[in-house]
Design a protein around this ligand. Structure first.
Ligand SMILES: *Cc1c(COP(=O)(O)O)cnc(C)c1O
Length: 391
């Protein structure tokens, strides 16, 4: 029996994290997110948010949220299956299905809960889940909860995936991947994955968190861009990134959605999404279509950032997303670099394990539609100086 208090035990664990360069505490913003934010009264350029289209402070989104609050109140009052399903939830789900041109959709309070709920509900004992090595933590957790056997393929490696598909037998087989990988910014080979799934017999689940609103001619994401919408069984997408609000949705066939409504525990056993979120989501879908110039500005900013980083000697492989990783390796080095940039008024936190693999600590820069050219030039300038200073 231990004689140490819980506080002592936790203090020791936090010290371990500190020594490994892994102890974290968030910067607290005084006001809203955006290309410029204030922290403790000081202005910073922000290059790490996922608000890719700059919708998080869009007046129309705020207005739609306010209207929903007024019409439906602050809380939904219960879980969806008890008495928390309000008209605005149904409208948001119709809007999501219609936005994605799929039969049906279901809202989840978060993308984390969506992945966990989907995987645990669909896959089960006797099944095999083929999962990309760099999939998000919530996909990893969903696989664990499902009790299916997990077979991890090398990141984006179709040959490896095919080898595993040939070897691993199971009752139902599932391939799960992100469209755009959250910490690397590269895209999954969706076309190839779908072909393998057809050839070897597997269902495909795709997480579009960083692709929705960003990829595809009309911003529908990686499925639209790669023309694989009809071959993917389950699409998970989030509302808290490019769509500027919060929460997530899953789309697919009417049967799939009805099944999830019955069996996804992170949907069934949680209070319904607040009406304000559903109201904002409806408006966000409409804004993606009404303001396509935001995607153009984002594309322009992506180009400018990629060119600038290449100019600094940073290796930038083909990136179709708005995420630019600058891998430095050691945790301390990433923290030091982020610290230098912070001193110069640029907020780009260090990303460390377990968010990324051991030895691949990095700065993860993101650009949004609301950054100006001068913002990007400034961050590149500061980055150039910080890199040479920290070398
Ligand atoms: C952010 C993210 C999620 C989680 O979405 P939340 O709505 O923030 O919980 C899921 N998957 C991926 C790939 C993500 O990047």
């Amino acid at each position: 029996m231990t004689t140490r208090s819980l506080d002592e035990i936790l203090a020791a664990r936090l010290d371990d994290l500190e020594r490994a360069g892994l102890r974290r505490s968030p910067a607290v913003l005084d006001g809203p997110t955006g290309p410029r934010v204030t922290i403790g009264g000081r202005e910073f350029l922000l290059f790490s948010s996922n608000d890719y289209l700059g919708l998080a402070n869009h007046p129309a989104l705020i207005e739609a949220g306010t209207e929903a609050l007024k019409a439906y109140g602050a809380g939904s009052g219960a879980s969806r299956l008890v008495s928390g399903s309000l008209r605005i939830h149904a409208l948001a789900e119709e809007a999501a299905a219609s936005f994605e041109r799929r039969e049906a959709a279901i809202l989840f309070p978060s993308g984390c809960q969506a992945n966990i709920g989907v995987l645990a509900a669909l896959a089960g004992e006797g099944d095999v889940i083929f999962s990309d090595a760099l999939n998000h933590a919530s996909i990893v957790d969903g696989c664990r909860l499902s009790r299916a056997r997990k077979s991890v393929y090398g990141h984006g490696d179709l040959n490896h995936l095919e080898d595993l598909l040939k070897k691993e037998r199971g009752q139902n087989r599932w391939i799960v991947t992100e469209t755009v990988f959250s910490m690397d910014g590269d895209a999954a080979p969706l076309r190839g994955i779908v072909d393998l799934a057809n050839r070897w017999g597997a269902f495909v689940i795709v997480d579009e968190a960083h692709a929705t609103g960003v990829l595809g001619p009309t911003g529908r994401g990686g499925l639209e861009e790669s023309g694989t919408s009809d071959s993917v069984d389950v699409q998970v997408a989030t509302l808290g990134k490019a769509l500027g609000c919060a929460g997530a949705y899953v789309t697919g066939s009417r049967r799939l959605i009805e099944f999830l409504r019955n069996r996804a525990r992170s949907f069934v056993y949680t209070t319904a999404v607040p009406p304000v979120v559903a109201g904002m989501a409806i408006e966000a879908f409409s804004l993606v279509d009404r303001e396509p110039d935001r995607r153009d500005r984002l594309a322009e900013n992506r180009r400018r950032m990629a060119e600038g980083l290449r100019g600094l000697g940073v290796v930038i492989p083909e990136r179709r997303s708005a995420i630019f990783p600058l891998v430095v390796g050691a945790n301390e080095r990433a923290v030091e670099l982020a610290g230098r940039m912070y001193e110069e008024g640029v907020l780009v936190p260090a990303i460390r394990p377990p968010t990324v693999l051991e030895g691949t600590a990095r700065l993860r820069l993101t650009v949004t539609a609301s950054h100006g050219r001068e913002d990007i030039d400034r961050v590149l300038n500061v980055l150039g100086r910080s890199l040479s200073g920290a070398a």
